[in-house]
Design a protein around this ligand. Structure first.
Ligand SMILES: CC(C)(COP(=O)(O)OP(=O)(O)OC[C@H]1O[C@@H](n2cnc3c(N)ncnc32)[C@H](O)[C@@H]1OP(=O)(O)O)[C@@H](O)C(=O)NCCC(=O)NCCS
Length: 178
């Protein structure tokens, strides 16, 4: 498997992966909107390639913690084609993304996602660390709001409300587990 940065020629393939992984249009639209959203910059968009086929996509966009200068990122969305699931594509995309973000000086990365999946990549619930989501999350989904620190000493030190790109701050995106 190869992980590489998304190029402009990959745009249709990216949207196709998003549509087929989620079985709906919302995440493809989210990618289109995020890539055009100046408040999302810098974005990191990576593709997973297997046997010459594009099979997975991940997007990170810029985020921040209120009252902090720390560089942060938000992971959304992550998609792997159904027939290529459970082959390590999702994990490879997350690990490579986190490595590139660390090299670029990013301190914290946030995700609203499956609490059974992301902890294996270092994510843990963000609320107990004092890192609040942009909009309130139902109590039963609060463990889905997670963070990973890419530098030592940040968790517990940097606290406050997290602000995402405008595209991700639409309240309806936070009303249920994504
Ligand atoms: C979730 C998703 C990205 C995982 O990608 P993947 O390439 O299959 O993941 P990996 O191969 O790296 O990891 C597979 C492992 O994750 C587990 N896993 C996958 N989805 C999971 C979930 N929703 N909750 C908990 N564990 C999950 C698998 O059971 C497997 O576990 P194992 O290693 O113990 O056998 C992929 O299933 C997908 O695109 N799903 C539809 C879209 C989606 O839900 N995106 C994520 C939004 S948060």
């Amino acid at each position: 498997m190869k992980i590489r940065e998304t190029g402009s020629a990959d745009f249709d393939a990216v949207l196709d992966i998003e549509r087929r992984a989620f079985g709906r249009e919302e995440e493809a639209r989210l990618v289109v909107d995020l890539l055009a959203d100046p408040t999302a910059a810098p974005c990191l968009s990576l593709l997973a390639e297997m046997d010459g086929r594009l099979v997975g996509h991940i997007l990170f966009s810029a985020g921040r913690v209120e009252e902090s200068e720390l560089r942060c990122a938000v992971l959304a969305p992550l998609a792997v084609l159904p027939q290529f699931e459970n082959k390590g594509c999702g994990g490879a995309l997350i690990r490579e993304g986190l490595e590139r973000l660390r090299a670029a000086g990013t301190g914290l990365v946030f995700v609203l996602g499956h609490p059974g999946y992301y902890p294996r990549f270092g994510f843990s619930p963000a609320m107990p660390e004092g890192l609040l989501p942009p909009h309130p999350i139902l109590p039963e989904f609060q463990d889905a709001w997670m963070v990973v620190a890419l530098k030592d000493g940040l968790l517990g030190e940097v606290t406050g409300k997290v602000r995402c790109a405008q595209t991700l701050e639409q309240p309806e995106l936070w009303r249920e587990e994504s």
